[in-house]
Structures are given as C-alpha cells and as structure tokens.
Design a protein around this ligand. Structure first.
Ligand SMILES: *[C@@H]1O[C@H](CO)[C@@H](O)[C@H](O)[C@H]1NC(C)=O
Length: 492
C-alpha cells in the first residue's frame, strides 16, 4: 500500500520535472525580444554588488527631486511631510546591449527588485526607517544608464522657528545620500541646482518661495572617506490670510471694544464688565494659538505677543475703569485739588473737552460768599458792602465782575432790601441760616459734579492714551516686525 503511494508520488515528481524541461525548451522558441534581453542581462547579474567592473571606480548617482506636494507642516512635532519623485540616475556597466540584436530595442523597463540600487536615504527622516521605496520599474537604456524615479512621501525633521508666527518663513532641508557607501564607492551628484516644480500642487497654508539643491561632501568621525550628499532646501512662507481673518482682525475688533469702555458712563455699571468680557474672549484666541504652536520656550510667537499686549491693555483699562468709576461715584468730600484742576484744564483743552462744572465752581474753593456778610457789619450799607464783596470775589477768582454779580448776588439783593425792621432781622437770620445750608448742599453737589467731570476728563484722556498705545503696538507687532524679518531674510 505505502509502496504504491510512493510510486505515485515519484511519478508525479518525474512528470513535473519533465514539464519544466519541456517548458524551457518551448520558451526558447517563442521568447520575445524583451524576454531574451532580460534573460541575457540577468545571467550572471548580481544585484548585491556595485555594477562597475573596476572596483576602484565609483558609481556616479545623480540625484534630484520633483516636488509634487507639501503635504503637511507639523509645527508641533517639527516635521515636514512632502510628496516627491526621487529621481535617481546611474550607470550600470552590466546592463548594456547591442540594439541591433534586439530589433532596435533601446530602452527596457526592468523591475527594480532585480537590479542593484543605490541605498539613498533621507538623513533627517522622521519616519520609521523600515519603509521601503515604491517598487517602481527602472528605465534601463542600452548604454547602461538606469533611471529610477520612485514616488516617496518624505517625513523630514525640520527645526521651525515660530518667532514670527503667523508671519513666519521656514527653511526645511532634505538631506539625501547613500547611507553606507562612501564617496569613493557611490558618488552622489545633483541633477540640477533647483527642485523640479513642474508637477507641484500648491498648498493652502504654505507658499513655496524658493528651492535649492546643493551637493555637500561631509567627513564623519567614523571613516576617513567622504560621504557626499545632496541637500535640498525648501523655503516656505505661511499664508497669513487665514490668521488675519480668524485671529488678528477679531482681536483688533475686541480690543477696540475694550477701548469703548472708556466712553461708558460709570453710572451704568457696565464699564468693568465690558473689559472683563473682552479679556475672556481674547483668552479664547490665546488657546487657539497655543494649539497651533509647538510647546517650546525657544520663542514666543508674534501673534502671542500681540494677544498678550492686547490683553494687558485690556486689563489695564479695566483697572483704570475701576479707578474712574470710583472717582465718579464716591465724589470725595474734598474739592478737586488745585494742581489736579490745572492739569485737567490742560488735558481737557488738549482733548477739546469742555468741562462745565470745573470752571464754574472755582470760587467755591475760596471762602464762602455768605460767610463774609456778617463780617462786613451792618446790612444798612448793603449796596456798598455787596459791591465790595463782589468786587473782592472778582479779583480773587479772576472771574469777570458781571458773572459773579449775576449768579451770586442776585438773590441777596432782594433779601437785603427789607432790613429796617427788627423782627425781620430774626427772619433774616433764619433765612441766612437756611441759605447757608442750601449753599452747603449746593457746594457738596458741585464738588460731586466736579469729581464726575474729573472722572470724565480722565476717561477721555485714558481713551486717547489707550487708543494711541493700541495703534502703536499693533503697527509695531503686526507690520514693523514682519517687515523687518522680510528684510533680514532677503539680505542675510
Ligand atoms: C581600475 O581603475 C584605476 C583607477 O582608475 C586604474 O588605475 C586601474 O588601472 C584600473 N584597473 C583596471 C584593471 O583597469
């Protein structure tokens, strides 16, 4: 039984061997030109050894890239992802043939896995190094020239300087070279001084400004031989429109809202609330920026600086609003000190604000009008006394004589007309007392009004100061600094 089985198996093996033999003979007859050529080229070919007959000759690999896309710029991990065609060209001395023998066949596509390939790697790669190149066909010319352009997605590490974010430019390098062969074995040359951009698809976030390809010869500590490489520099610039619309313009609007707080009447009680709301909104933008920038302390992004400046202006305005509201509401018992009065006059004339109370109430700072009347003895000679007092006041305050007369003296004139009777004198005393009281109230109210006006003038003044400060800071941070950076990049 087992012998039968063995026989059957042997028979099958014999048959298949015979079939293979017949097949070989059969294809010899029906071989295509390309088949014949491939067979001829591959007999005695070793893909593990360099394709030069004289070992002291290097294989010259010319390297270049066709950039098809900037796929991603990852600022957080400092990785640039690009899609490129890695163009490699070298001469394989074993892959030559006489075109006449193969019906004029000049070019032949051969699967790259059958051929010797240079071990070109991206030195600053950020991806796992077990990735293989795409299994593309290599174009082999009859003189032995091999052209092999696999499509590669490079993830290269690139130190990104975010100082000028979102007005930043990044210089990312792709360093390509043979990993193990020295320059004496595989020489790397660059195909051109730039990157081929004929197939480039624009990126929405980044603009490709310039490209350059430079061949370097580097000596490492391991070996005495040079290791040549081709370093490709991609100069990319961030498109700022997105940040303009989403961050900068809204934050400018918000900060101008904070400025409006200076125009709110402290009585409404919304002065501080507005500032705080703006502050909160700005901190939302801060979070947005923080998400986009790498968490390093190497640099503070320009946009962050701008937001911080805006936030500090806003918080300062909140503090000022509190002070102004305090001045407005409490209205100190003391009159406005003279130095503050004169400072405020200067400020208010500079700001074209007309304070009504401040000027009118100037005389209230002096000794009271009514307190002087008993000192000036009898009421009989009232007209003269009145005239003198009025005259004195006019001199003391520098207010025109008529003005004081009209406002201060008019009610008194009527009172003093009936001073002949003794009974009236008591009434007059009471009246005088009442008038004094009334005047005290008036005086208090006037002091209060004065302080309100002080608050108003300070508010206007702060508005102008903050407006100028904001405009200055915005222009400096959002215009002057980016321009300075541009100049620095253009003339390094
Ligand atoms: C190999 O190349 C070297 C350097 O070009 C040359 O000196 C040497 O003669 C060559 N050897 C042969 C066998 O051609």
């Amino acid at each position: 039984m087992s012998r039968d089985l063995l026989l059957v198996v042997l028979h099958a093996i014999l048959l298949s061997l015979l079939e293979i033999k017949v097949g070989c003979v059969g294809t010899n007859v029906t071989k295509t030109d390309e088949q014949r050529l491939l067979d001829a080229l591959m007999t005695g070919y070793s893909k593990d050894t360099r394709p030069v007959y004289n070992a002291s000759h290097p294989v010259k690999v010319s390297l270049g890239i066709t950039l098809t896309q900037i796929f991603d710029v990852d600022e957080k991990n400092q990785v640039l992802t690009t899609n490129v065609w890695l163009d490699q060209e070298w001469k394989d001395e074993k892959l030559t043939w006489d075109t006449g023998e193969y019906n004029g066949l000049e070019m032949m596509r051969i699967p790259c896995r059958k051929l010797w390939l240079p071990d070109i790697v991206l030195y600053n790669s950020a991806s796992d190094h077990n990735e293989k190149y795409m299994d593309a066909l290599a174009m082999v010319s009859h003189d032995g020239t091999v052209f092999w352009p696999p499509i590669v997605k490079f993830r290269s590490s690139c130190l990104m300087d975010m100082t000028y974010f979102p007005f930043d430019d990044q210089m990312c390098k792709l360093k390509l070279g043979s990993w193990a062969y020295t320059g004496y074995q595989v020489d790397i040359l660059n195909r051109s001084n730039t990157v081929d951009l004929s197939r480039f698809v624009e990126n929405g976030e980044w603009e490709l400004v310039k490209t350059a390809a430079v061949r370097n010869n580097v000596f490492y500590t391991c070996c005495v031989e040079p290791f040549p490489d081709v370093t490709i520099t991609l100069h990319i610039r961030r498109r700022t429109i997105y940040y303009m619309y989403n961050v900068i313009i809204p934050s400018i609007m918000l900060s101008s809202l904070a400025l409006l707080g200076f125009w709110i009447n402290p009585d409404s009680g919304e002065k501080v609330t507005l500032g705080l709301t703006v502050l909160l909104a700005l901190s939302v933008f801060m979070l947005l920026i923080a998400e986009n920038t790498p968490a390093t302390s190497f640099f503070i992004p320009l946009l962050g600086v701008y937001l911080i400046t805006t936030m500090s202006f806003t918080s300062l305005s909140v503090i000022c609003s509190v002070v102004v509201t305090n001045l407005h509401i409490r209205g100190y018992a003391h009159p406005v000190p003279n130095w503050l009065r004169s400072v405020l006059f200067v400020v208010s004339t500079a700001l074209c604000v007309k304070p009504h109370h401040l000027k009118k109430n100037m005389w209230l700072n002096k000794a009271s009008y009514w307190n002087r009347i008993p000192q000036s003895s009898t009421f009989g000679n009232h007209s003269a006394t009145n005239g003198r007092v009025v005259h004195d006041l006019g001199e003391e305050t520098g207010i025109p004589h008529d003005e004081v007369h009209q406002e201060g003296a008019a009610p008194c004139d009527r009172l003093l007309k009936d001073d002949n009777s003794q009974a009236n004198h008591a009434l007059l005393e009471t009246l005088k007392c009442l008038m004094n009281k009334h005047e005290d109230d008036e005086r208090e109210k006037n002091i209060h009004d004065e302080w309100k006006e002080v608050a108003m003038v300070i508010d206007r003044f702060l508005f102008v100061v903050f407006l100028l400060g904001m405009i200055g800071a915005s222009l400096y941070i959002l215009v002057a600094l980016p321009l300075q950076k541009l100049r620095k990049i253009e003339n390094p």
